[in-house]
Design a protein around this ligand. Structure first.
Ligand code: ADP
Ligand code: 5GP
Length: 204
């Protein structure tokens, strides 16, 4: 049986635990691939260029944009972020499964791309991660200790807007207890793999 891959779009407010959950789930679903985004923000301590992000200058980002290299891109918290087509298209057509950690503007662009691109239309599924409450989110973001006060405020202000858009997504996972949320995300990803629309051609 031949199958298309899946394009798994995961969004949620900054600090909700997206990276932590994706990392955790990939320990079990080892064939799950992560699309490395481009960004013009500076690396945080421990972040590796080419693994966590491609950290680009403004002019490098603009060159990719002008060349039409991005499947989606957006300004998020005063920096540019974008998904390279090269991180996604060939992998999906090979039947591989690719996860995007992108914001709601990017998720909406992928929804639009589904209208013109049958491969994306067959592959894309949308998951939003929510915190149990806004206080927990604030604590996680503060405790991560990764942002300037200005960036912290931008991220907290953006959280409510991101969550208001939950109906853009197919699935909602509340990241309260990490083990529970990771098990739920694993379950969703496993069921997505069983969709009939992934099958190319006939069964036999
Ligand atoms: P995001 O990728 O969504 O911005 P991170 O994965 O960096 O968020 O998580 C933000 C912080 O919250 C990190 O310090 C992480 O260790 C912590 N964290 C993530 N999930 C949980 C959880 N379920 N319970 C407690 N802390 C968590
Ligand atoms: P951070 O700077 O905390 O890594 O990410 C900030 C926000 O940018 C998060 O909501 C994350 O999902 C989003 N983001 C990361 N990469 C991309 C991308 O390629 N495109 C879009 N649209 N958003 C992204």
């Amino acid at each position: 049986m031949k199958k298309h891959g899946n394009l798994i779009v995961i969004s949620g407010p900054s600090g909700v635990g997206k990276s932590t959950l994706i990392k955790r789930v990939r320990e079990n679903l080892t064939d799950l691939q992560f699309s490395v985004s481009c960004t013009t923000r500076s690396p945080r301590q421990g972040e590796i260029d080419g693994k966590d992000y491609f950290f680009l200058s403004d002019s490098e980002f603009a060159a990719h944009l002008a060349a039409g290299d991005f499947l989606e891109h957006a300004q998020v918290f005063k920096h540019s972020y974008g998904t390279l087509r090269s991180e996604v298209s060939s992998r999906i057509s090979r039947g591989e499964e690719v996860v995007l950690d992108i914001d709601v503007q990017g998720a909406k662009q992928i929804r639009q791309a589904m209208e013109n691109d049958p491969l994306i239309a067959a592959a894309a599924q949308f998951i939003i991660i929510a915190p149990p409450d806004l206080e927990t989110l604030k604590n996680r973001l503060c405790n991560r200790n990764s942002e300037t006060p200005e960036q912290l405020q931008l991220r907290l202000d953006g959280a409510v807007n991101e969550l208001k858009n939950f109906r853009v997504y197919d699935y909602l996972i509340v990241n309260g207890d990490l083990d529970t949320a990771a098990a739920e995300l694993t379950g969703v990803l496993k069921s997505i793999r069983l969709r009939t629309r992934n099958i190319v051609g006939e069964l036999f």
